[in-house]
Design a protein around this ligand. Structure first.
Ligand code: NAD
Length: 266
């Protein structure tokens, strides 16, 4: 009883990987048992903890998936993420996916895999953003058709996908609140002579620069007033703690696709 859950981190030396190693050790229910990186990573074979400036974890940074874990947490890129997915399906392991930027076809592969293994996937693992999603849905539902909805997000200069997965998830929550589908109404940028704003649309604006961990604001704008709902992440540890919590929640679950709302019981 009370045995810790063995967690593997994929992308262990990345920005998120570093805090995931930390968060897994901080959570009383979990421990790091494997740390994976790409085939030519310069620190392969070294202790994963030491590599990222933590005390030794006695877990080497490795490129070969081994089965010495129960749940894998993946924060990499879509292509390696799908390699991890195949491995987890083959060996019946739980999977937490934090990677963003998947195409619809790649997402469909994840959905299919969720018929065989339990998967938690979220564009944002912070508790605050998941509460914000609910608030955005409620605000859209209550304010309704007469408010224009726009979403502004800012991230650090290294982020490779836009708009952020979180901005898209907030857009979906807002669209659901006014009974629209985001794919039908999203405007991902404006330039030149755009004409007047179509009231059905939901607009996105992206800011990139510096070391911004992640800011999101959903604006509901009408004549004479404006409601703005904002979340600002100041530490990646908030995402890592949520992902590790999801991994612990996942252990022993039936196959299925779960989001962070399910993990938090929202
Ligand atoms: P990063 O570039 O710092 O780290 C990515 C890691 O993946 C690196 O360690 C890199 O070596 C590894 N990697 C890249 N290509 C690989 C390959 N082909 N095979 C194996 N490993 C490979 O990026 P990051 O800031 O840590 O973000 C990683 C992902 O997590 C991004 O998709 C980002 O959008 C997402 N993210 C999600 C959340 C969330 O809450 N869901 C929060 C932050 C970041």
């Amino acid at each position: 009883m009370n045995q810790k859950i063995n967690i593997a981190i994929y992308g262990a030396a990345g920005r998120m990987g570093q805090v995931l190693l930390q968060a897994t050790q901080l959570n009383p229910r979990t421990q790091v048992s494997a740390a994976f990186e790409y085939a030519t990573h310069p620190h392969l074979g070294q202790d994963a903890g030491v590599t990222v400036g933590l005390p030794p974890l006695n877990v080497p940074l490795s490129t070969n998936f081994a089965e010495d874990f129960e749940v894998l947490i993946d924060f990499t890129r879509p292509v390696p993420s799908l390699v991890a997915l195949d491995f987890c399906v083959k060996h019946r392991k739980g999977l937490v996916i934090g990677t963003t930027g998947f195409t619809p076809e790649e997402k469909a592969r994840i959905d299919a895999a969720a018929q065989q293994i339990p998967i938690v996937m979220a564009a944002n693992f912070s508790v605050g953003v998941n509460v914000l999603r609910k608030l955005v849905f409620q605000a859209a539902q209550t304010l309704g058709e007469s408010f224009d909805i726009e979403i502004v997000e800012a991230h650090h200069r290294h982020k490779v996908d836009a708009p952020s997965g979180t901005a898209l998830a907030l857009g979906e929550a807002a669209a659901a609140g006014v009974a629209r589908h985001l794919r039908d109404v999203a405007i991902y940028g404006r330039e030149g002579h755009t004409g007047a704003r179509d009231p059905q649309t939901i607009g996105f604006a992206t800011v990139r620069g510096g070391d911004v961990v992640g800011d999101h604001t959903v604006m509901f704008m009408a004549d004479g007033e404006r409601v703005e709902l904002t979340h600002k992440a100041s530490s990646r540890l908030t995402f890592a703690n949520g992902a590790v919590r999801a991994a612990a929640w996942l252990q022993g679950r039936a196959a299925g696709w779960y989001d962070m709302q399910a993990v938090l019981g929202l």
